[in-house]
Write a protein that binds this ligand. Structure first.
Ligand code: PLP
Length: 433
């Protein structure tokens, strides 16, 4: 039996069905390439779902990890704190937008950062309600799942959800939903469902990730800022997917000029090691009593060491500028593909957070999830790893490492073009040697 088939069978027997995965069992990986247990090479346009902005096994990140393991691997910050945690907090406080005093708390996952941001907003405002957006994704833990605005696969059957969560519409210009429409929906919410004076926080992804790489227009984010100021609401930017240089700025909200009160970071921050953070205004961050925030592993020293190296690499290799430049190149290539395709309805994104939406007909814009799945399958057969997203599962997202070599990026884009053409013509998948 081929190794992949054997591992798939073992996975089916030992791991729950809910933990869905591709069937690319990895043996090793380097920057933007990955080799599976069969020795097949793949170009990685998923980057561990936007985690490997600095690529697989960046030498500086790996070296920092090894060096840290030679000192200590875990103490629990609450028991025996370490300087590297403080220094990383200082670095994020300085990097986050806003010329005011900030503080940072470290956790393990994106969902945990989101949960803690809500806890902080609630205790600081002494209010309970939270507003999130349709199509938003904030994680799989109970509160984060409640905030998520996408039923399948994240919410179906997993309720009841925590109380006092409200969802408003998110601007989707391609589907005719303007910033004004989305703001009118928020106004409806404030009149019909929840008093704005009871709202602790509005949480928003400046670029929706799982929801389909929908970029929040600057005027929308600016209006949210004004509403939050007017009603004393904490504005939380969920930068778990869009942060860490991915969009061409350290934080994606910087494109709008809006300064949020709290920022959640994760994914790219740890360079492959689990680490997340909440960074925000010092008085908000200090609202919780001692012991109210934290956890056993939050800010694990090995992850913290990796994150220092990630920030060093982003700076030393100019990854914000590189994300902007390569992102523009990817956009141009995708626009050309869209011109030639009757099924690519829109190309969108920011920096190297680029996606294209597939429709059955450019006029009706009916979502085409089947074609999306076919493109992913064609690409995988040809040695390119892609992910889909979107509430209708009809968006292909490109999340290559920001460190990807030019030649590998070109090769990946060429495979992408072939895969789109093959899927559109219903052709059989072929795999290059
Ligand atoms: N927030 C956003 C915007 C995300 O994209 C994700 C994960 O994709 C999360 C939160 C949850 O992060 P995690 O899977 O690390 O819990």
């Amino acid at each position: 039996m081929p190794r992949t088939a054997e591992l798939k069978a073992r996975q089916a027997a030992a791991v729950p069905t809910g933990v869905a995965s591709k069937s690319i069992y990895v043996a090793r990986a380097e920057n933007a390439e990955l080799w599976d247990v069969e020795g097949r090479r793949f170009i990685d346009f998923a980057a561990g779902i936007a985690v490997l902005n600095t690529g697989h096994r960046h030498p500086r990140v790996m070296e920092a990890v090894v060096r840290q393991t030679e000192a200590f691997a875990h103490t629990c910050f609450h028991v025996a704190p370490y300087e590297s945690y403080l220094r990383l907090a200082e670095r994020l406080n300085a990097l986050a937008p806003g010329a005011f005093a900030k503080k940072t708390l470290f956790l393990n996952s994106g969902a945990e950062a989101v949960e803690n941001a809500i806890k902080i907003a609630r205790i600081a405002t002494r209010r309970t309600a939270v507003i999130a957006f349709a199509g938003g994704f904030h994680g799989r833990t109970l509160l984060a799942m409640g905030l998520t605005g996408k039923v399948m696969p994240y919410k179906r059957g997993f309720g009841p959800f925590p109380a006092e969560i409200y969802h408003a519409g998110f601007p989707l210009p391609y589907r005719g939903v303007t910033s004004a429409d989305a703001l009118a929906d928020l106004d409806r919410l404030f009149h019909a469902d929840v008093d704005p004076k009871s709202v602790a926080a509005i949480i928003v992804e400046p670029v929706q990730g799982e929801g389909g790489f929908n970029v929040a227009p600057a005027d929308f984010l600016q209006a949210l800022r004004r509403l939050c100021d007017e009603h004393g609401i904490v504005l939380i930017a969920d930068e778990v997917q869009g942060g860490m240089a991915r969009t061409g700025r350290m934080f994606s909200i910087e494109h709008s000029g809006v300064v949020p009160d709290l920022i959640t970071s994760a994914k790219g921050l740890g360079g492959g090691l689990p680490l997340s953070a909440v960074t925000g205004r010092a008085p908000l961050m200090d609202a919780a009593h001692p012991g109210g925030l934290g956890g056993t592993y939050g800010g694990n020293p090995i992850s913290i060491a990796a994150a220092h190296a990630v920030l060093d690499v982003i700076e030393a290799e100019g990854l914000c500028a590189r994300a902007a430049a390569l992102g523009a190149r990817m956009r141009a290539r995708l626009e050309a593909l869209a011109q030639a395709s009757p099924r690519i309805g829109e190309v969108r994104g920011l920096g190297m957070m680029v996606a294209f939406e597939l429709v059955k007909d450019k006029r009706t814009k009916e979502p085409d999830a089947a074609l999306t799945a076919a493109i992913l399958a064609q690409a995988e057969q040809r040695g390119l790893i892609l992910l889909s997203c979107g509430v209708d599962a009809n968006v292909v997202r490109l999340l290559a490492p920001l460190t990807i070599q030019d030649a590998v990026l070109e090769e990946g884009l060429a495979i992408l073009g072939e895969s789109i053409r093959a899927a559109e013509s219903g052709g059989a998948a072929t795999r290059a040697a």
